[in-house]
Design a protein around this ligand. Structure first.
Ligand code: BJW
Length: 259
């Protein structure tokens, strides 16, 4: 990690009143959750994500899609947030306001104590029915086994149950992106952590922050689609870089530089 860049990032955080942390799949990689674009392992390696994460894919083969989500739910249930998630929760104590906007569906930010979390792409442990979107408020523990699995049926209408996540071609949950965009436009610093910057509209948030005058800091193990427009790239894993930012900021003592 480049010490001079880290110091510039700490300085920016020290001056900030509102910080937005915009996170993607790389954020949970060190928890043992594969990123979305390398998630295709084992049985699932032969499908591309659009076949599995789309209404068309579900309509075509509900058992295949439900089986894939069952496998991922089991992986998430057996994993936990890491030092990077905890660092973002701790950062709340060091800046006047921090909002987490995540594309992740694993719930790890809330689990690790972040208080304001906007989940742009839903949550893998919430369910609704496929045909009408009826909320299905029951716990569905992940089943054993890794293959295709017939989804349960909605108690209200009998159509298949699906995870309450946002698939390709679907709208984001009502009002959530608008809230995220407002925070992005008005923040002083945006931390963009572990996203390839490929998927819209989430990928537009760093630019919204930039246009609003924020300093945009990227944390990623490698350059992404967003790197060209960010102010600082802190190249390294989220589980190391985020704790280093917190340590650097805490070392400056209380009060900080913000007005
Ligand atoms: C590390 C690390 C470590 C590794 N530390 N870093 C405008 C332009 C072009 C296309 C569109 C557009 N607007 C809409 C579209 C279409 C589409 C889209 O964006 N397609 C693109 C592929 C081009 N968007 C949509 O369909 C969206 N809906 C929408 O816009 O509605 C309006 C509309 C409706 C109808 C018609 C038209 C418009 C919905 C998008 C929903 C995305 N859903 C998914 C699945 C969620 C459920 C699930 O998980 O199963 O969300 S797809 C998938 O991608 C998932 C992720 O949240 C999302 C983003 O992936 P992410 O997080 O960036 O992960 P990766 O794997 O790509 O990258 C990981 C990164 O981490 C890498 O950079 C690594 O280097 C890094 N990394 N280890 C730090 N330790």
């Amino acid at each position: 990690m480049d010490a001079a860049k880290l110091e510039r990032a700490v300085e920016a955080l020290d001056q900030a009143r509102l910080v937005v942390a915009a996170t993607g799949a790389g954020m949970s990689k060190e928890s043992g959750i594969p990123t979305f674009r390398d998630a295709q392992e084992g049985l699932w390696a032969r499908y591309n994500p659009e076949e599995l994460a789309s209404p068309q894919g579900f309509r075509q083969d509900p058992a295949r899609v439900w089986g894939w989500y069952n496998y991922r739910r089991r992986l998430i249930a057996g994993s936990s947030p890491h030092a990077g998630h905890r660092a973002l929760a701790e950062l709340e104590e060091l800046v006047p306001r921090l909002v987490v906007v995540t594309q992740n569906i694993d719930g790890f930010h809330k689990q690790s104590g972040s208080s304001t979390v906007l989940e742009l792409h839903g949550n893998i442990n919430r369910f609704k029915c496929f045909e009408h979107g009826h909320p299905v408020d029951i716990e569905i523990p992940p089943a054993a086994g890794d293959g295709p699995l017939e989804p349960p049926k909605c108690p209200r209408c009998g159509s298949y149950i699906r995870p309450d996540v946002v698939w390709y071609g679907e709208m984001l949950p009502h009002g959530v992106f608008e809230q995220a965009e407002n925070f992005a436009r008005s923040c002083d610093v945006m931390l963009v952590v572990g996203t390839s910057g490929i998927v819209y509209p989430a990928a537009a948030l760093p630019m919204a922050a930039r246009v609003g005058g924020a300093i945009v800091i990227e944390v990623n193990t490698q350059p992404s689609q967003l790197t060209q427009m960010v102010d600082i790239l802190l190249q390294g894993p989220a589980g190391e870089v985020l704790p280093a930012l917190v340590t650097g900021l805490a070392a400056r003592g209380p009060g900080g530089g913000h007005a």
